[in-house]
Design a protein around this ligand. Structure first.
Ligand code: BTN
Length: 323
């Protein structure tokens, strides 16, 4: 599409680009360029036009905008197929449906709003329309279900690293895969899988990052934060999504979907739970201990009062000093 080509040119520079040079590059008339510019404005791009200078992009549209995400994306596979939705129940459910109908590995679905967003452990994920980044990603690893346990911690690591480099904020991981700042939650990950006994059909990884939201419902107000609340900056959500997808692909490829020694080391260094007193429930009984590390398969290593170290692999772990 010519409007996308114009956008590629305008996003690659902060200077004005003349209508004449756009027309020449595209091999169309200046009148046709002007029409495409207006079409882009209708999509939410703010484009200044100054006589004798030309056109300049001054603001990108609201999130999610497929072109803006793709323009910032450096992946080989993830996000090449990208669907953006105004409103959906849950991007995970929507993508599971695409998955059952054969969509490609690497497909991403992002939405402005979820009306029944899902969190871990059967909870709901609450997020205000247009304020945050919410998306799901589908992969089709040729592996058995037992071989994909590292997908969730690797994603947690990738989301944490992406948000650290994108914002410079001190984001950390709360085991198993929440991303936090200080003692509050910034992002959550919900992984769902469809599999046969010995082969994964697809995995859907849903990620919600609080970006612009400044006030949260009472029940989570003390526990949740956003990039805006932490940095006082309105980040570009399309670029944030591209950065998240870049980092996820990098971690998946570099570590071959396993918790390699390097990934485990990085995860442990960023994990705020390690070194904290924790409690968890086992067989209906609350157990207290000290989190001493992360095992190779992603479990939390907890040292109990009698000195024994046990591995915790699921459920809710409460860590002192974190929501
Ligand atoms: C959690 O921390 O409990 C997990 C939250 C996951 C939220 C994301 S938002 C996009 C995707 N769609 C959903 O319904 N949930 C995930």
């Amino acid at each position: 599409m010519n409007s996308d080509k114009i956008l590629d040119i305008l996003t690659s520079t902060s200077e004005y680009v003349s209508g004449q040079s756009l027309a020449q590059t595209l091999g169309v008339s200046r009148q046709a360029v002007w029409k495409e510019i207006n079409a882009l404005r209708e999509r939410g791009y703010e484009i200044e036009s100054v006589p004798n200078r030309g056109y300049r992009l001054s603001a990108t549209p609201a999130f999610p905008d497929a072109h803006a995400v793709k323009a910032a994306l450096n992946t080989k596979i993830i996000g090449k197929e990208l669907t953006v939705l105004d409103s959906v129940g849950s991007t995970n459910d929507y993508l599971k449906n695409l998955g059952a109908n054969g969509c490609k590995s690497g497909t991403v679905v992002a939405a402005r709003e979820q009306v029944s967003g899902k969190g871990r452990l059967g909870r709901e994920w609450q997020s205000k329309k247009d304020e945050n980044v919410m998306f799901s990603l589908l992969i089709r690893p040729k592996l058995a279900p037992a071989e994909v346990a590292a997908v969730t911690p690797l994603t947690g690591l990738a989301v944490c690293k992406a948000l650290r480099s994108f914002t410079g904020l001190d984001c950390r991981i709360k085991w198993p895969n929440d991303v936090i700042i200080g003692r509050k939650k910034l992002a959550g990950i919900l992984t769902e899988m469809s599999a046969e006994f010995d082969a994964v059909e697809y995995i859907v990884i849903g990620i919600g990052v609080n970006v612009d939201q400044a006030d949260f419902p009472c029940d989570i107000a003390q526990k949740a934060t956003s990039l805006f609340l932490e940095a006082g900056v309105r980040y570009d959500k399309n670029k944030a999504l591209a950065c998240l997808l870049d980092q996820i692909e990098e971690e998946f490829l570099k570590n071959d979907l396993s918790l390699s020694c390097e990934a485990l080391e990085e995860y442990t260094a960023l994990c705020a739970t390690v070194g904290k007193n924790v409690s968890f429930t086992r067989g209906g009984v609350t157990v207290d201990g000290l989190a001493v590390g992360i095992a190779q398969s992603g479990e939390l290593k907890v040292k109990l009062a009698d000195g024994a170290v046990c591995l915790v692999n699921s459920g809710e772990v409460t860590a002192q000093g974190i929501y």
